[in-house]
Structures are given as structure tokens and as C-alpha cells.
Design a protein around this ligand. Structure first.
Ligand SMILES: Nc1nc2c(ncn2[C@@H]2O[C@H](COP(=O)(O)OP(=O)(O)OP(=O)(O)O)[C@@H](O)[C@H]2O)c(=O)[nH]1
Ligand SMILES: [Mg+2]
Length: 450
């Protein structure tokens, strides 16, 4: 059975109490099925994009609720199919009853993401855009919402399509060459071909390089606050949160467990992990705390290595941190500059968790480290999704193979196969080429009703 022939139903709004709830129905029996439980206008005669007031009743003619029915006729709906949206009072009992009535009429409960999957299969969205729908819904920070919006608007799809077109042009060059092979046509265009492929590789590299940024805006940044005891890690966490979240005291070894909190800098989510001060200890609980601090460093995207203005930076601790993480992920920060002028000159930021001095500098360093120095505009294609990243990398590998074959004067057939594989890898991003596995994997992660 062709799944798309089924008419499907799901609650599109959260399953709780609210002013209204919306039930979504899609498929070629939508209007017919809803008509059977609706008292009001004859829905079979109404125009697309019209709204109708009436009542929904059970098969026993019991009234379930007053509703508004919105009609969308094929192909002008989200899914591209005939669709109906039923707005009810926002009580889950009501929506459940209405859905039950529709199920009795052979309307099937939708799978997660099935509406969007149909939109994709009907050509309303390409695959990268369909994936962006889930991200627009789940975005928790301003930055990730913007990134998802960028993808839904098709910035990445456009770029990928442009690269595919150029690849197709390159392969035709090679295939032309193959066609004339018996005539011993010189591979005059070889240099030109290599140049074209290299240009495409360069642009794929550019896209790949946006992934760090893309991941940061999508998932946020994990920052471990580390240092020896008493340097002011917990005070800094409290400053970030503008509340006394962690216990602060002048006794070294105050924090034992890891405290995780979130803050936003210019719309980007930073997850801050306040940790136990790292030092040698006899205390079993403190030893466990210190080992958790090391673990936090390993898992962090950035390590904020905090130091006290009164003491020298411990080179041993720095070395240890550099072994647990990458050196470029460490930010050296000097705290308590309200007490005296810093003798340490080579830190990334000089702050006071007490007075707030230097925080602007710290925030911009955190942002800079997290995002890199590159600048992206709303018009730049950004890669935020690991699937897209992998496909781009795949495409690049095939292209590098093609270049090598061309340089070694291999037969054009080798080159042509690699160019086609590269094109297919790019095509997978937007779903031009795709398998059921890929699709199922993607839509499985959607919520029901989307
Ligand atoms: N003058 C001054 N004192 C500070 C500053 N930051 C923290 N302190 C003080 O330093 C002491 C230690 O602060 P904490 O925030 O508990 O230090 P910590 O690094 O979390 O310490 P542990 O959890 O024991 O590793 C407290 O007495 C704070 O009030 C600062 O910027 N200036
Ligand atoms: Mg602490």
C-alpha cells in the first residue's frame, strides 16, 4: 500500500490545556472524512483556504465541541495534499475524542514527522529544508533559531544546487571526451577540468568551515570553569547568572560537585560548568570532585582557566589542561583585578567577579573563541547538521579522487564516476538522491503532528 494514499490525522498543538488546539488531517479523504462528523456547512462544496464554524459530533450524534474548520485543497497546503485543520477548545479530552472519531472512519494516526515527510515527497520542501522545520521548532536560542531559519529559507539548498549544476557541467566535459575517445581527441580541456573541480572543492571547504559556527549556534557551547581552589570560579558563575547559585566562600575547596547552568551571550547558548578547584587532596570527596573537574575539561568546547591576580599561573595545571583538551580551546583569565594590578600580562581577559570589571572583554573573547573570527550574514549558507557535513566531506573526497585521476591521465571513465558520486553526495543533502533509511531516520526525530 502506498503510505501516501492514507489520510492521516494528529494533534498539531501541544497535548495539554490551552485556549485552542489544532488537529491536522491530510490526504485525499480529509474533507470527506471530516464532513462525516461535522455539522455546519457542506464542506464538499467550499473553496480552498476558507474557514467554517460548526460542531463535531460522534457516530452516536453526541456533540463533542464547537470548532473552526480550515480547508486546504491540493496542492496548496503544507503537505501538498488536501488537508483540513480543526481548531477546538484546548482540552486534550476533546482532541482525543475527535481523533478517535476520525480513526473510526479509516483515517490513520500520523507517524512522527509524517506531515513534513509528505511535504518533502510532494516537493513542497527539499530534505535540508524539511530538517530545518524540526530545528525551527526545537531551537532554544536566538542564534539557533536564526540558523534554522536560514536553512528553511533554502540558503544551504541553493548553494548545494549551484555546486551540483557546476559538477554536472564538468562531468559533461569528461563525457564529451569519452564519446570522442576513438578519434583520439587530445584531452585539451584537462587543465580546465582540474581547475573547475578544484574551485568546487574550495567552495565545499568553505561550507565545511561553517560547521563549527553552525554547531555552536545550533547546540550551544559547553564551557568548563576550572582553576585551583579559591580563584573565584563559583563567584564568576554567580556573576554570569546574576544570582547566588553556587556557594562561595573564602575556604579553598568549597565546590565539590559540578554545577551546570546556562547563559546567553548575544543569543548564543553557553552551558557553564562550575567545577571543584584542581589540587592535590587527601579528602575523598574532594578527590572525586577533582576527577570530575578533569572529566568536565575533556567534555568542554571551551575551558575557562581562571586565575587569582595574587598568584602566578600554575604552569603544571596549564600543561595538564592542554593535555586534556586542545590548547586553542583554553581561555586564560585573571580574576580579582579589583584587588591589585595584574602582574600576569598575557591572559585573554582580566576580570573581577566581584565588581564586574572586564566582563565585556571576557564575553567577547568567549564569543570569538566559540565562533571563530569568520563573519556570516543571513545570506551565507551555513552547515549546522552532521548529516550535511558528512555528505559534503564525501563529495570532497570523490572530487579529490577525480583530480588525482585527471592528473595521472587515467581514463575519463574513472573521473566521470567520481564526479557522479560527488554529485550524488551533494544530492543527498537536499534529498535529490535518498534512501528510505535516511528518510526514516530524519523524520523519526520529529514530533507527532509536524
Ligand atoms: N576581591 C575579590 N574577591 C573575589 C573575587 N572573586 C571571588 N572572590 C572571593 O574569593 C573567594 C573564593 O571564591 P569562590 O568563588 O568560592 O572560589 P572558587 O574558585 O569557586 O573556589 P573553590 O570552589 O573552593 O574551588 C571568596 O571569598 C570570594 O568572595 C573578585 O573578583 N574579587
Ligand atoms: Mg567554587
Amino acid at each position: 500500500m502506498n503510505l501516501q494514499e492514507d489520510t492521516i490525522v494528529a494533534l498539531a498543538t501541544p497535548a495539554g490545556v490551552g485556549a485552542i488546539a489544532v488537529i491536522r488531517v491530510s490526504g485525499n479523504k480529509s474533507i470527506e472524512s471530516v464532513s462525516k462528523i461535522f455539522i455546519g456547512k457542506d464542506l464538499s462544496t467550499v473553496a480552498s483556504h476558507t474557514i467554517h464554524y460548526g460542531k463535531i459530533i460522534t457516530s452516536e450524534k453526541e456533540i463533542i465541541d464547537d470548532v473552526l474548520i480550515s480547508i486546504f485543497k491540493e496542492p496548496n497546503s503544507y503537505t501538498g495534499e488536501e488537508s483540513v485543520e480543526i481548531s477546538t477548545h484546548g482540552n486534550p479530552l476533546i482532541s482525543q475524542k475527535i481523533i478517535n472519531e476520525l480513526v473510526k472512519l479509516d483515517v490513520r494516526i500520523a507517524e512522527p514527522g509524517e506531515f513534513t515527510k509528505r511535504a518533502f515527497l510532494n516537493g513542497k520542501l527539499d530534505l535540508a529544508q524539511a530538517e530545518a522545520v524540526a530545528e525551527v521548532i526545537s531551537a532554544r536560542s536566538d542564534a539557533s533559531l536564526k540558523g534554522a531559519r536560514n536553512q528553511l529559507d533554502g540558503m544551504l539548498s541553493q548553494k548545494v544546487n549551484e555546486l551540483r549544476t557546476r559538477l554536472i557541467n564538468s562531468s559533461s566535459l569528461v563525457e564529451l571526451e569519452l564519446d570522442f575517445a576513438e578519434e583520439d581527441l587530445e584531452f585539451v580541456q584537462k587543465e580546465q577540468l582540474i581547475k573547475m573541480i578544484k574551485e568546487i572543492v574550495g567552495e565545499i571547504d568553505e561550507l565545511l568551515s561553517t560547521y563549527t559556527f553552525g554547531r555552536v549556534i545550533r547546540d550551544g557551547v559547553n564551557v568548563a570553569l576550572v582553576g585551583v581552589p579559591n580563584v573565584g570560579k563559583s563567584s564568576l558563575l554567580n556573576y554570569f547568572l546574576k544570582e547566588a547559585r553556587a556557594i562561595v566562600s573564602s575556604i579553598p575547596g568549597t565546590t565539590r560537585d559540578i554545577i551546570r547552568e546556562e547563559m546567553f551571550i548575544d543569543g548564543i547558548l553557553f552551558r557553564i560548568f562550575d567545577t571543584a578547584g584542581i589540587r592535590l587532596s587527601e579528602d575523598v570527596i574532594e578527590i572525586e570532585g577533582v576527577s570530575r573537574s578533569r572529566e568536565a575539561v575533556k567534555n568542554a568546547d571551551l575551558v575557562l582557566f581562571l586565575n587569582d591576580v595574587n598568584h602566578k599561573i600554575s604552569p603544571e595545571l596549564y600543561d595538564e589542561l592542554a593535555q586534556l583538551t586542545k590548547q586553542e580551546q583554553i581561555l586564560i583569565v585573571v580574576n580579582k583585578i579589583d584587588l591589585k594590578e595584574s602582574e600576569i600580562k598575557t591572559a585573554d581577559a582580566f576580570i573581577s567577579a566581584k565588581t564586574g570589571e572586564g566582563m565585556d572583554q571576557l564575553f567577547s573573547k568567549l564569543k570569538e573563541k566559540a565562533l571563530g573570527r569568520a563573519h556570516y550574514t543571513e545570506k551565507t549558507a551555513i552547515v549546522t547538521n552532521i548529516r550535511h557535513f558528512n555528505n559534503l566531506q564525501n563529495a570532497k573526497l570523490h572530487l579529490l579522487n577525480a583530480v588525482e585521476s585527471a592528473q595521472n591521465n587515467f581514463s575519463g571513465e574513472f573521473i566521470s564516476v567520481d564526479l557522479r558520486n560527488a554529485e550524488a553526495a551533494l544530492g543527498e543533502i537536499i534529498g535529490e538522491v535518498t534512501s528510505d533509511d535516511i528518510l526514516n531516520n530524519i523524520f523519526m526525530n520529529f514530533c507527532i503532528g509536524k
